[in-house]
Design a protein around this ligand. Sequence first.
Ligand code: SF4
Length: 287
Amino acid sequence: MHYKAYKTILSPNNGLNLFRGCTHGCIYCDSRSDCYQMDHPFEDIEIKVNALAIFEQELQRRRKPCMIGTGAMTDPYIQLKPRLQITRGALALIEKYEFGVAIQTKSTRILRDLDLLTAINQKTKAVVQMTLTTYDEDLCKLLEPYVSTTKERVEALIRFKEAEIPSIVWLSPILPFINDSQENLQGILEYCIQAGVKGILCFGFGVTLRAGNRDYFYQQLDKYFPGMKQKYRLAFGENYVCTSPNNEVLMEIFKNTCRKHGILYQTEDIFRYLHTFEDKREQLSLF
Ligand code: SF4
């Protein structure tokens, strides 16, 4: 872990990345790609100096409250010294300045902030986003080794449902020849139904690989799935998008199940939902 000074912390689209790097070890992680120009080892977390002070200034400068998105590039619940409490501090500021939040994680550590997320959701809007890729718990421990398993994440989603905090599941990536089976998909969809999720984001069944993340992914394939790297090379060469041969069948199952259960599945609908700010007190005063 190391610190670095930054001048800004919110992107023009109100995206918040409190750290750079991640400790969860997902074998397919796109954030390792060279294009992000990380000048330190991926697991050596870079913490933005005065992250909370800069964030507060930027919230004060925003003319109108909006949704703040966090967790796209780095999981906000990585393993850090507990005293740092940076993510909790950021949520407290979001609550104080009455913004909304769409927070994305694979860790059940998010439950430690259930009180703050509930407080935000009572005034404005809090949405929890969890990635689910693998129904099989043993396989999940290989693909996403240092974070909560799928079953644990689903248990957390159920807690959020009970707290009336909406959730979105990222069904991505799905690794060709590894977890692109109907059985895997049906298991995850069952979990989503059980957790009453608002929407499921799926960009197609496959994985993206490019310089940086491909090397790491192939190293892990050699370690845990002997012969699989060669299969990928043969099927996809240097392609960025590596689509599962089962994509069409899986998409049909995915769409039909979502329609049947009233779950949002069109990506544009879900992103619109995630970016739409709500002031619940204003809505209440109309009645
Ligand atoms: S949680 Fe996200 S950022 Fe962290 S290793 Fe996994 S894919 Fe990468």
